[in-house]
Design a protein around this ligand. Structure first.
Ligand code: AMP
Ligand code: DBH
Length: 530
């Protein structure tokens, strides 16, 4: 099944955007040309391109030997360890499709991904940040009708160690994937009750990675610090780890993004670029201003995932002694960058312009009528690396895409005369908690199941550190004893949702403000937060 209309695919090939190569082709190339160059460094390991390439091949062979087939899905929940890329590339080479879960996900998310994607396998660490992922895997297995086989990086407990999946010798893949095939399923921050899966193919993703590497001027001397979770679209592809592998550079994996760890790694590993979300950038800036870190190798700090204020933007370059780049992207596709040639004002006050000359950007009013530059409107986009639909979600797709295939991003933007975009807000029902997206409906659905809750509305409230935090406005059932806010938070946690989705605040109200047509007015709720 093709992910793009044939006419569009042919155009992207003719333009040279889609090359027919697989996403990991560069790893194989570098392994042949410069086998001993280091590809990836984590807390305890250092793998050359030859080693990464060989491990990926052995893992692909191992997956097929276990009976997995091209097109089968697996859920990948690994933190920033070198094995993340062994499994990711190994799966891609076998044509097995990883679902890119985050380490912060818990029973609700992982269980849903496994069930919805009919996953054959689940990859987890033993423990990460004090949490035992083997226990999570056991709960997921107990809940589903077709439990995935669990592979563990580290102490396997009752499950299979990753080492057992590595074939002793790599064998050629009999039925290799094609560049237009589904390569992996990326996650959407979402605005609906259940998270959406984003089907990306080799052609579209590789184009975004390759073009990003060019825009960011990556070379074989680039050293990228991956401080955000490796599975996230920003550090994976903008240009991220895949961009660095494409250029033949080195990826340094930070076990956590704290200033001490990250700035220490930048100094020790002579990191040249990294990408972070705004609150993290500011925490690093404070630590750099206070501490004695040698950050002289750092050339570029990328900031994206949530809006960076002009005031914060002004601080970052001087504090970290490097150039700033704003990145406004989405796992569905479109990515915007400020460029090295942009003037200072543009870098400080816009979220960049699209990667590709063939990215189509429309800014429209509520009736989908195009607006002139400078006007605030809904951002719609279509292009050589923006999906045409979520995976297995026809009803949702009818709402999220126009009839002619533009993705409705849910972002409210202005376009400048130079084609740069300024993100001014959001129309989608989501909280952007410092780059971590929370779908209001997902949290509302959980709270509605609480016996004392009659109705609930989860909205974003401004926060000086994260930009936004979440607040749940709750109407109680008439006879209910008023639960304490911590009890409702614990209820969300107990339902198995990731910690970042637990409402930061809970407020009890008698009624919700309503819009003219009787819908809850989240705008008025947000305004009442104070
Ligand atoms: P997702 O669809 O989950 O990949 O999240 C992408 C969304 O993150 C975008 O649609 C924006 O709402 C938000 N976003 C990403 N980068 C930026 C940025 N630089 N400024 C403002 N919002 C951003
Ligand atoms: O927030 C995002 O999803 C994001 C931000 C910057 C992204 O997907 C990207 C760059 O590619």
């Amino acid at each position: 099944m093709s992910l793009y209309p044939e006419e569009a695919a042919a155009r992207h090939r003719a333009a040279g955007h889609w090359t027919g190569e697989l996403l990991d082709a560069a790893v194989r190339r570098h392994a042949a040309a410069t086998p001993d160059r280091i590809a990836v460094t984590d807390r305890t390991q250092q793998w050359s391109y030859a080693e990464l390439d060989a491990r990926a091949d052995r893992l692909a062979t191992g997956l097929l030997a276990r009976g997995l087939r091209k097109g089968d899905r697996v859920v990948l929940q690994l933190p920033n360890v070198a094995e993340f890329f062994e499994v990711f590339f190994g799966a891609l080479r076998a044509g097995v499709v990883p679902v890119m879960a985050l380490p912060a996900h818990r029973r609700a998310e992982i269980g849903y991904f496994c069930a919805f994607a009919e996953a054959r396998a689940l990859f987890v660490p033993d423990r990460h940040e004090g949490f035992d992922h083997r226990e999570l895997a056991a709960e997921v297995r107990a809940a589903g009708p077709q439990p995935p086989e669990v592979f563990v990086v580290g102490e396997p407990g009752p499950f299979t160690p990753l080492a057992a999946l590595r074939a002793p010798e790599a064998a050629p893949v009999a039925d290799p994937p094609a560049s237009g095939d589904l390569a992996f399923l990326q996650l959407s921050g979402g605005s609906t009750g259940l998270p959406k899966l984003i089907p990306r193919c080799h052609d579209d993703y590789l184009y975004s990675v390759r073009a990003s590497a060019e825009i960011c001027e990556l070379t074989a001397d680039s050293v990228y610090l991956c401080a955000l979770p490796a599975a996230h679209n920003f550090p994976l592809s903008s240009p991220g780890t895949l961009g660095v592998f494409f250029a033949g550079g080195r990826v340094v994996l930070a076990p956590d993004p704290s200033p001490a760890t990250a700035l220490g790694l930048i100094a020790r590993e002579r990191v040249t670029l990294t990408g972070v979300v705004p609150p993290l950038a500011l925490a690093w800036a404070s630590a750099a201003e206070a501490g004695a870190y040698d950050l002289s190798s750092l050339e570029l700090l990328q900031v994206g995932g949530a809006k960076l204020s002009e005031e914060a933007a002004r601080r970052l370059g001087p504090a970290l002694g490097c150039r700033l780049q704003q990145v406004f992207g989405m796992a569905e596709g479109l990515v915007n960058y400020t460029r090295p040639e942009d003037d200072e004002r543009t870098v400080l006050t816009t979220q960049g312009r699209p990667i590709s000359p063939d990215d189509e950007v429309r800014v429209v009013d509520d009736q989908d009528r195009d607006l002139p530059d400078g006007a605030l409107g809904h951002l719609l986009t279509r292009g050589p690396y923006t999906i045409r639909g979520y995976w297995r979600a026809p009803e949702h797709n009818a709402r999220s895409f126009t009839a002619d295939g533009f993705y409705r991003t849910g972002d409210l933007v202005r376009r400048t005369a130079t084609g740069h975009l300024v993100v001014e807000g959001r129309a989608k029902d989501q909280i952007n908690r410092g780059g971590e997206k929370v779908a209001a409906e997902e949290v509302e659905n959980v709270l509605l199941a609480h016996p004392a809750v009659h109705d609930v509305s989860v909205v974003a409230v401004p926060d000086p550190y994260l930009g936004e935090r979440s607040c749940a406005y709750v109407i109680l059932r008439p006879a209910a004893d008023r639960p304490r806010p911590v009890e409702l938070k614990a209820f969300v946690r107990a339902a198995g949702l990731a910690e970042y989705k637990v409402p930061d605040r809970v407020e009890f109200v008698d009624a919700f403000p309503s819009t003219g047509i009787g819908k809850v007015s989240k705008k008025d709720l947000r305004a009442s937060a104070g």
